[in-house]
Ligand binder design. Structure first.
Ligand code: ADP
Length: 447
């Protein structure tokens, strides 16, 4: 087991990882920018190292400083959290070259899944159902037209290097195709420095369902069921559930089995998420994330298994603590992402939190790095906390969520809490009857 883990992240996820380390009796080092000197993860860690000024590229993305912090403190492993360097293959390689363990998959596995065309090809080879589309990159309009005609309109053009929902364009007919192709290419080039794009069938009313998987790096793979993350705004997840209101146990076991086998065959190590669109009973692979996800706590709530413990165990060579048959799904969980944003316009609302009171009671978990008097710096993501609620079934979970949202107080800044208070009373949400476009349509109506 590791002696000392360096946490290369900030905010709620840095604290989340720190908690797991403390439970396992592992010493912790955190790195932070000058803007985060007062952050909770810095206060609670055994050691902290300031690695640079506020902009992420000079601090949380500064590989040299992070490696130096490992060497100075004698950390033998790095947990990257999510975002920042968590899916940076080069970072994983550099750590390996310094004999520091990256708590995550190998650089090669990150590389395969980071290139969406390669990821889709790999998924197909591993027997995972994929969205019909082009086999590789498309650059010529003629070729785009041929593929689109074959799969049928509407189609979506996506960036191979894509992320965060950028570089995607829908074409509803051949007349739209040329413009969609050109805009997607130039957006991809500008955002990712790589203008490779591919085409796939555009699904009109899918749900976003993702499978939590784990590999032990030695040919064993398991799945921890699915999360439904269909409630999205601008392709960003807002509310997540486990299990999905749309799946039954049989479908779960079938797609879960396919995913677990795929990670085993790949020799994958650590946590991963295989994302699908789900429509009319069919799953269509869109991408695999090779890290811990923001929404992992809903899976923890229904399985009772600490996924960060598992990540640390696997990375240290101790293997998974569970076999597939040990993973049972108990009740229902929902997570609301609380952002420091205006609940209608979603413009960021940094500033000082004058009062912060979190709900409590049975089935409530709040993961947050903020506190009363904390000043939210304007440089980073606006996520200030996650409310995770568990109940014996979805009805009880919703009942408890409504109560918890009423109790939650964040004064001094605007947050997305009022949006969740509205959503929890909505009949479609109560019925679990929504697809990936539901929230955008709802917000447009409310304006
Ligand atoms: P990113 O890595 O940028 O997040 P994804 O491939 O994960 O991109 O897609 C993000 C979101 O875009 C999905 O959750 C879904 O809402 C939408 N999307 C992606 N592919 C399709 C598709 N083929 N049909 C319909 N919607 C899609």
């Amino acid at each position: 087991m590791f002696q000392k883990i360096l946490i290369a992240n900030r905010g709620e996820i840095a604290l989340r990882v720190l908690r797991a380390c403390k439970e396992l009796g592992i010493q912790t080092v955190v790195v932070h920018s000058t803007a985060d000197a007062d952050a909770m993860h810095v206060r609670l860690a055994d050691e902290s190292v300031c690695i640079g000024p506020p902009p992420s590229r000079d601090s949380y993305l500064n590989v040299h400083q992070i490696v130096a912090a490992c060497e100075i403190t004698g950390a033998d492993a790095v947990h990257p959290g999510y975002g920042f360097l968590s899916e940076n293959a080069k970072f994983a390689d550099i750590l390996a070259a310094h004999n520091i363990t990256f708590i995550g998959p190998t650089g090669d596995h990150i590389r395969i899944m980071g290139d969406k065309i390669e990821a889709k090809r790999t998924a197909k080879r591993l027997g995972i159902p994929v969205v019909p589309g082009s086999d590789g990159a498309i650059s010529e309009e003629k070729e785009a037209k041929r593929v689109a005609a074959e799969i049928g309109y509407p189609v979506i053009i996506k960036a191979s290097a894509g992320g965060g929902g950028r570089g995607m364009k829908v074409a509803r007919s051949e007349a739209d195709l040329e413009i969609a192709l050109q805009t997607a290419k130039s957006e991809a080039g500008a955002a990712f420095g790589d203008d490779a794009v591919y085409i796939e069938k555009y699904l009109e009313k899918p749900r976003h369902i993702e499978l939590q998987v784990f590999g032990d790096g030695a040919g064993r793979g398991v799945h921890f069921g699915e999360r439904d993350c269909s409630l999205q705004r601008r392709h960003q997840k807002v509310w997540e559930e486990a299990n999905s209101p749309a799946l039954n146990a049989e479908e779960r076991a079938r797609i879960g089995g396919i995913c677990a086998k795929a990670v085993a065959d790949l020799g994958y190590s650590g946590a991963g998420t295989i994302e699908f669109l789900y429509e009319d009973g069919e799953f269509y692979f869109i991408e695999m994330n090779t890290r811990l996800q923001v929404e992992h706590p809903v899976t923890e709530a229904i399985t009772g298994i600490d996924l960060v413990h598992e990540q640390i165990r696997v990375a240290s060579g101790g293997g998974l603590s569970v076999r597939q048959e040990d993973i049972k799904f108990n009740g229902h969980a929902i997570e609301c992402r609380i952002n420091a944003e205006d609940p209608r316009t979603f413009t960021p609302s940094p500033g000082t939190i004058t009062h912060f009171h979190t709900p409590g009671g049975l089935g409530i978990r709040v993961d947050s790095g903020v506190y009363s008097g904390y000043k939210i710096p304007p440089y980073y993501d606006s996520l200030i906390g996650k409310l995770i609620v568990h109940g014996r079934n979805r009805v009880e979970c919703m009942m408890r969520l409504r109560r918890a949202l009423d109790e939650f107080v964040v004064d001094g800044i605007k947050t997305t809490l009022p949006l969740f208070r509205d959503l929890v009373g909505n009949p479609d949400i109560a019925n679990g009857d929504y697809d990936i476009h539901w929230l955008e349509k709802y917000l447009a109506k409310e304006e």
